[in-house]
Design a protein around this ligand. Structure first.
Ligand code: AP5
Length: 185
């Protein structure tokens, strides 16, 4: 059985930052659907072309653009010791798809980590970063979309007994220490 970790948490909560650190420590791939989509846009692929307008507006891209991507990525050889998912699943349909997929490929999501950070701190962080979708209007829309579509996954994973809530509103090193303790417990 291959163990994976899922990062939940609003935009800017530190999923990517912490995902990279943990992936390095655990020697497993950090799989970010946002990064994969941004790469597709940079490469001007058909996927990138379809995804761009949704991402620019802070909306989720349609599930049908993401599900095959995840199925294919989790089947690659480098996931043999586990994986870290950042940005997937993003809604209940994606979580149900992932549950079924993991059963089929004999993996399990051992930990689901919800990084908690207040909205004001998120807006401040993301405006400082300044990615294409880090304008104040788009950040606010991403936060709304998170509340509407992704936050329901907190109770979804709580019911599976897998949820770990972590205070993400502290120094990155502090958050990293908490996560390291969690995965080595
Ligand atoms: P995605 O790339 O997943 O973006 P996001 O969820 O909005 O998350 P961010 O990357 O903004 O934040 P993060 O939590 O990773 O924080 P980070 O570590 O970067 O998605 C982008 C778009 O792609 C979506 O809007 C959607 O359109 C589409 N998409 C992606 N996946 C999808 C899916 N599954 N289904 C449908 N659509 C999908 O940190 C943010 C900043 O804060 C950085 O500058 C960092 O240095 C700083 N920071 C981090 N930690 C701390 C800390 N502890 N203290 C202070 N600053 C910190």
């Amino acid at each position: 059985m291959k163990n994976g970790l899922i990062f939940l948490g609003p935009p800017g909560s530190g999923k990517g930052t912490q995902g990279q650190v943990l992936a390095k420590n655990l020697q497993v791939p950090h799989i970010s659907t946002g990064d994969m989509l941004r790469q597709a846009i940079a490469d001007k692929t058909a996927l990138g072309e379809q995804a761009q307008s949704y991402m620019d507006k802070g909306e989720l891209v349609p599930d049908n653009l993401i599900l095959d991507l995840i199925r294919e990525r989790l089947s690659q050889d480098d996931t043999k010791n586990g994986w870290i998912l950042d940005g997937f699943p993003r809604n209940v349909a994606q979580a149900e798809f992932l549950d079924k997929l993991l059963l089929t490929i004999n993996h399990q999501a051992k930990w689901t980590v919800n990084l908690e950070v207040p909205d004001d701190a998120i807006v401040e962080r993301l405006l400082l970063r300044g990615r294409n979708d880090d304008t104040e209007v788009t950040i606010r829309r991403r936060l709304e979309v998170y509340e509407e579509q992704t936050a329901p996954l907190i109770s979804y994973y709580q019911e599976q007994g897998k949820l770990h809530s972590v205070d993400g509103h502290q120094a990155p090193e502090e958050v990293a220490n908490i996560l390291q303790d969690l995965v080595t417990a």
